[in-house]
Design a protein around this ligand. Structure first.
Ligand code: ADP
Length: 758
């Protein structure tokens, strides 16, 4: 009864299918469980439904060359195991079938060419006769195999059994996908949790996820002081300042992030309360698997504290720099104020610059005047940290000096008096500075350092230049450095100009003194002759009876003689002044009796006193002996006494001489016009006068020479006076000197003495 039997076979197949479907539905409902449990249940049900002893699932290694048994259910032991593996080189045909066949249905596993490779080992070992294997694919990739291994007599796999096996394979594929998704989620959750913890722990960090248009989707629950929910749906720019919003900072940031994979910037951001904070923003795009933009991730960090600290640091640095600058200026000022010689200014100034500001310095100042006939000693100073640099700068300056100075090479420095700042000495700058060799090569040796050339100009004239150099390893010169160098340049130029004027003034004084001294010399010879002639006439007249020559005639001769004597005195003063001005005075010390000398001089002045309507009274200690230059002390007495009579307004004049054991005091007092306090020091200076030139003649040299003579004797002279009440001049003279009886040349103003050349 084939028809009956056919019907019963169909019936049983239909029954089986119904069973399978109900099992599959049941399995479908178990999708919540984890993959391991799900797989165990699946393999166990599969084994039961199909009546197969060994049902297993094998997983491919990523390179698809090895399969490893994830789980094997063995029905007769009711046990799960796993771990066995096969590689493609061992069973190449089986691996090929896995790739190519939908299902490997081997009724006779020992002979089926796809499974025969297992025959001697695996199949024999476990008594397997038939195999029904289903490759499991996922996302177009082979990911495992579901294996049915029938133990016992061979079995023919029915089509519905194969379909069922395929369906189970499909379930595994789905289970795998679920598992993977869950694992990814778990990993994500875990990493998110870790990240959130990290973010929370760093309270100055905020993380935001943005939509592709830059609106906030979610983020760490607080964003710099306020809950992220309040930001949700808002554009990220709600953290930005109005100005940044206006300038389209967000759009720019999104665009840069997309183009370059990352956008980073620092700037002021806003908190919800409107307060600002200094923040750093990092923005990165997130892409889906298909490459479309999913959004952005933004990390902002509050760096206000760091910024404040940085600002403070910068402020401190600026203060430090400004202090340094002040110090440098103070040092330069001290140098320029200390001397009136340009040579004495530029050398220390160059060294100060090198110690504090630059590595090398070349300072050129105007040549000193050639008045003395000496060649100028130096007009350029090169200073540097390190001998090599100094030599390089020296060589370069030598080449440049053929045109004057460094500044002369650059028109804006030499002609327009402008400074030149070269932060980096490159080829262009070198060509500009030095048109030709060897200057070019020398400059190249300096490169790529930085250079400052500042003109030294005063009263619109460029007098020289200040060149400063910093090596390649140093911070290049900047605008602030230029300013400072210009200030230094101004001070040096001012001082150099003053020094030049001072030189000029000194030179004209020297010329004048020279003229006076020559003139005095020329006057002296005819005057001496004239005086001798007059003295001769006077003597002759004395021998002539009084009646023969009238008194009036005699007086004329006496007057002429007095005037000639006076003229002689003036000429002597002029002669003395040029000597004394040169700082030298010859003394011839002898043992002299000052009491006698005072008396003699007073006597000579008697007639002059009478003419002035005055008297001279003496109060003199006797025998005041000391080692002095007689002629010079006579000059002192003459000067003081003639002044006392001239400015004494016809009132009595007193001379006092007091002798102590070591020193003597000579005092000349009058009761005349007196000297104003402000003039009392000045009158001892050269050509200094306090009285009106109209009423009182004189050159203003008497007291100057007097003081020099007294000082050459190591004495002092002082005046005390009240205008309208008279003046008192006090001369103090030490009595003794080490070099009595000899001539000495005294360097005035110092303590040194040396024997005069004979
Ligand atoms: P001069 O030839 O002008 O007198 P001196 O050097 O002797 O030069 O004196 C300098 C100035 O000091 C005088 O011009 C005068 O103004 C003042 N002087 C000097 N001696 C007296 C004095 N005894 N009384 C008032 N003034 C005096």
């Amino acid at each position: 009864m084939p028809s009956v039997s056919t019907t019963s076979v169909e019936d049983s197949a239909r029954r089986n299918l119904l069973r399978y479907q109900s099992v599959l539905l049941q399995l479908g409902a178990e999708q919540d469980t984890d993959f391991g449990t799900f797989l165990n249940r699946l393999l166990k049900s599969d084994s039961a439904i199909l009546g197969v002893d060994r049902v297993s699932f094998w997983t491919f290694e990523p390179d698809l060359s090895v399969i490893r048994c994830t789980t094997l259910y063995c029905a007769h032991e009711d046990r799960f195991s796993g771990g066995e593996e096969f590689s493609e080189p061992e069973t190449p045909r089986y691996f090929r079938a896995l790739r190519e066949d939908l299902v490997i249905s081997a009724d006779d596993a020992l002979r089926d060419e796809r499974t025969a490779e297992f025959a001697d080992t695996y199949l024999a070992e476990h008594g397997i006769s038939s195999m029904l294997d289903v490759p499991v694919w996922r996302d177009g990739r082979l990911s495992g195999v579901l294996c049915h291994e029938h133990v016992g007599p061979q079995r023919i796999w029915q089509p519905e059994e194969q379909t069922f096996a395929l369906a189970v394979g499909q379930f595994i594929s789905m289970g795998l996908e679920r598992d993977e998704r869950r694992k990814t989620e778990e990993a994500l959750n875990e990493s998110e949790a870790r990240f959130a913890a990290l973010v929370e722990s760093a309270k100055d960090l905020s993380l935001l996820l943005l939509d592709p248009d830059g609106r906030v989707r979610t983020g760490t629950h607080r964003v710099h002081g306020f809950p992220v929910q309040e930001l949700a749906g808002q554009p990220l720019s709600s953290l930005f300042t109005p100005q940044d919003i206006e300038e389209g900072r967000l759009e720019r940031a999104l665009e840069v992030a997309c183009r370059e994979g990352k956008f980073e910037s620092e700037g002021w951001l806003l908190r919800k309360d409107g307060s600002r904070y200094w923040g750093r923003i990092v923005l990165m795009p997130l892409y889906r698997q298909d490459g479309t933009l999913r959004g952005f991730v933004t990390i902002t960090r509050d760096l206000t504290e760091q910024r404040l600290a940085r600002d403070k640091e910068r402020l401190l640095e600026e203060t430090r720099r400004s202090e340094e600058r002040q110090r440098l200026l103070a040092d330069v000022s001290a140098i320029v104020n200390a001397s009136l010689s340009a040579q004495r200014i530029i050398r220390p100034a160059a060294h100060v610059m090198v110690n504090n500001f630059a590595q090398g310095c070349v300072l050129t100042a105007p040549r000193p005047l050639r008045s003395s006939g000496r060649a100028p000693t130096e007009r350029r100073v090169v200073a540097a940290r390190g001998e090599r640099l100094r030599e390089e700068l020296e060589r370069l300056s030598e080449v440049f000096s053929q045109r004057g100075n460094w500044g002369a090479w650059v028109p804006e420095v030499s002609r327009r008096g402008r400074s030149l700042l070269i932060p980096k000495l490159g080829d262009t700058e070198i060509n500009r500075l030095a048109g030709a060799e060897p200057a070019r090569a020398l400059l190249r040796e300096l490169g790529p350092g930085s250079l400052l050339v500042v003109p030294l100009s005063a009263r619109r004239r460029v007098l020289g230049s200040l060149v400063l150099f910093r090596g390649p390893g140093e911070t290049p010169f900047g605008a602030a450095d230029l300013q400072l160098a210009e200030e230094v340049g101004r001070r040096i130029a001012f001082a150099a100009d003053n020094a030049r004027l001072y030189d000029l003034a000194r030179e004209s004084i020297r010329v004048r003194d020279q003229f006076l001294s020559i003139a005095a010399h020329e006057f002296r010879t005819p005057l001496t002759t004239l005086k001798l002639q007059l003295q001769l006439v006077e003597r002759t007249l004395r021998a002539v009876p009084e009646a023969a020559v009238p008194m009036s005639e005699r007086r004329h001769v006496a007057l002429a003689l007095r005037q000639v004597t006076r003229l002689g005195g003036l000429v002597q003063e002029l002669l003395d002044v040029s000597r004394v001005s040169a700082g030298m005075l010859d003394l011839r010390r002898d043992s002299i009796d000052l009491s006698a000398l005072v008396r003699e001089v007073a006597e000579i002045f008697e007639s002059e006193a009478a003419r002035a309507g005055s008297t001279i009274s003496l109060s003199i200690d006797e025998n005041v002996i000391g080692q002095w230059d007689r002629g010079r002390l006579e000059q002192v007495l003459t000067n003081l006494l003639s002044n006392a009579l001239r400015y004494g307004a016809g009132k009595p004049v007193e001379i006092l001489l007091r002798g102590g054991p070591e020193e003597v005091f000579l005092i000349v007092r009058d009761r005349g016009i007196g000297i104003a306090p402000e003039d009392q020091q000045r009158i001892f200076g050269r050509f200094e006068r306090a009285a009106s030139a109209r009423h009182f003649g004189g050159l203003g040299l008497g007291l100057f020479i007097t003081r020099r003579i007294v000082e050459a004797h190591r004495g002092t002279i002082e005046v005390s006076s009240q205008p309208g009440e008279g003046s008192t001049f006090v001369v103090r003279l030490p009595r003794w000197a080490a070099t009595a009886g000899s001539r000495e040349r005294v360097a005035l103003g110092t303590e040194t003495t040396q024997p005069a050349p004979h």
